[in-house]
Design a protein around this ligand. Sequence first.
Ligand code: ATP
Ligand code: MG
Length: 441
Amino acid sequence: MEPKILQRSDHCVSRKNISKNALTVLYRLNESGYKAYLAGGCVRDLMLGRQPKDFDVATDASPQEVKKCFRNCRLIGRRFRLAHVMFRGEIIEVATFRAPTSGTLPDAEGDEEPNNEENEKRDVVINEDGVVVRDNEYGTPEEDAFRRDFTVNALFYDIADFSIIDYVGGLDDLDKKVIHCIGDPEIRYKEDPVRMIRAVRFAATLGLEIEQNTYDAILSQCSQMLHASHARMYEEILKFFYSGAMEPAFKLWKDTGLLDVMFPGFSTWYREQATPEEIHWHHMALQQLDKWKTHNIKASQELAYTLFLTPYIRSVRNEIFARGDLSPRNAYMEAVEQIQRVLSARILIPKRIAFKIFDLTSSQDRFLDRKNEQRTIRFLHRSYFRDALVLFKFDALASGNPQSDLIEAWTEDLKKAPPPSEHKERPHKPRRKRRRRRPQH
Ligand code: ATP
Ligand code: MG
């Protein structure tokens, strides 16, 4: 199939906006006689006039051949061999064109050094749920474009003549501002369910509409999310928290049913139990996450997850506390553990993060009492103090309870707190839950 080609004079992508390191990689590959394209999200972002997060290169050189071109290169990946060309502060990922047998699994990790090039040629494994667990078949540029997820993510920028190459209709879809699945969306989502939340993320962050079939298939296939890797889900959700588009994204999560599948427990609480005040608090939390992105502030992972979950955690904790057999603090621990357990069927929140979510939520009352100086100083020295204060300030704002004097005093104290770099990670050994002693009759 002949691709649509936009010559340099007909598009806006300029080398000024491409990282120097990516250009170095592209030119070196090209001079060595290989095809060298920028590919994927970076071309999409450049076409939209946005600054790409990272630059990915696609080539017809095999990983071993790429390695020979660069001294600063290592090969990674078990699911798919990739070359990483390492520069100070930046890694340029170089992938050999792949065949579209199936969904690509982008979270290729691992440090194995591949050594048998021949064995890499056909190496595709699909598990009993239809999810692709290994996919190592090399292909042509056209095949590589077709195995990608959405048309706008499948454009190439060719360093040989600075043209944009489009095999899949991505240029038209960029013009129409739509996210359009390549191939049959139901099949593509079955192969890799994470594509459903990627569609939603791109729609929300780039302000695109999801094309009707691409959208309808999310409604029919969203239960497939259960088959997505739980560790990958944790990372994908974080991408939302850091996307600057949590507000529109959350609406899409609700509308598509993805919220129910991704956040069981939370979604039932949100729909059936949450009070208007809690919904308001949560809505402001989404806006806060987006504001941080606008101001280029990257919240810690635990703060991002805590902000999203706080009204739910508090509600569960209040129910547990009302049973009367746990201390206020232990009721928090029980609540966070319970929520983590329920979510763990979908999202693997690492233990160390769950522990910090507990610290952040359960420590909020400590801001209310400054009478005991020793306690105040101990609190200041906690590694989570800064994040806890951010949460306290936000809570004051969101619940319309200004707490101005307290916030001023604690913010002043912050100057005395050790810098974040001096905090040691606290070992997260399981704590014993002490039961409250029942009153003797
Ligand atoms: P972001 O701006 O979030 O980095 P991106 O489109 O660059 O967006 P990446 O995860 O960096 O996303 O992936 C790079 C490219 O790899 C994508 O643009 C797409 O072409 C392809 N890709 C990534 N994930 C998948 C997937 N699950 N299925 C098919 N292709 C994928
Ligand atoms: Mg990317």
